[in-house]
Ligand binder design. Structure first.
Ligand code: BGC
Length: 253
């Protein structure tokens, strides 16, 4: 049986995708990536998604991540992409552009979380598990006994009068040229302590590109009760999670 489903990850800098082997939770072929058009408007991004999908001559279900709140398949917020996305039915737009292929759209951190809970660092973990993706923004995926609470948007908690992702994201570290220690102890630690105060998770999974450098900052986080581990699927978690969501939608519907 062919268990491959296509996954696409729409990010602030790149749009990447590949067929995913859902038996093993990994890419079935090397991914194809194009640069995110600037400005990242719905029409331009849709063209890029079509390019990525057609690169593989794909003609089955497609899962797509989006860096904002998505209910049904409609985009509700767009913190780090063009604001003209708000209110767009991304599932319909992309489905039309892809000649009627079934398209499932979900939040990028939720997709990464789904993949990590099944194939990565959250495998077999019960209780409350929170994945935080630290990148341009901060994304969150909250699981209770393996079940996702979608669109939690914990990156936009207020911290000392600021939007938390503006202080504690990986981009904030780079833009402000903070040392790993300064960023970890003053920014990330305070942010995670706040999230921990609200949810008392058993486990934090740290995702996003920075998870590859976990040894540079995890040792500084010593005031958090919960276990903290880096994500395991790293760059491909969004693609894998998108494909998983598309399969779940096609078997449900
Ligand atoms: C968005 C989230 C997204 C995160 C990571 C935030 O700014 O509001 O929806 O998951 O960035 O891309």
């Amino acid at each position: 049986m062919n268990v491959n489903v296509f996954g696409v990850d729409i990010g602030g800098s790149g749009i990447k995708g590949a067929p995913v082997d859902l038996e093993i939770g990994d890419l079935a072929e090397p991914r194809h990536k194009v640069l995110t058009p600037q400005p990242a408007t719905p029409d331009e991004v849709a063209d890029s998604v079509v390019e990525v999908v057609q690169h593989f001559g794909w003609a089955g279900p497609v899962g797509v991540t989006f860096p904002g709140v998505v209910t049904g398949s409609t985009v509700r917020t767009a913190a780090n992409v063009d604001k003209s996305w708000v209110g767009v039915d991304a599932g319909r737009l992309l489905g039309d552009r892809l000649g009627g292929l079934p398209v499932t759209v979900l939040n990028d951190a939720d997709a990464a979380g789904i993949a990590e809970m099944t194939f990565g660092a959250g495998r077999g973990r019960h209780g409350t598990v929170i994945l935080l993706t630290l990148g341009t923004g901060i994304g969150s995926a909250v699981f209770v006994d393996g079940r996702l609470v979608p669109n939690t948007e914990l990156g936009h908690l207020e911290l000392k009068g600021h939007d938390a992702e503006k202080r504690a994201s990986s981009k904030a570290r780079e833009d402000e040229e903070l040392s790993w220690e300064h960023w970890a102890t003053r920014r990330l630690q305070r942010y995670m302590a706040h999230v921990e105060m609200l949810f008392s998770p058993e486990l934090f999974i740290i995702g996003g590109g920075v998870s590859r450098k976990a040894d540079r900052f995890l040792p500084y986080l010593d005031g958090i009760e919960a276990e903290i581990v880096p994500a395991e699927l790293q760059n491909n978690a969004g693609i894998v999670g998108a494909a998983m969501a598309a399969r779940a939608a096609s078997s449900a519907g």
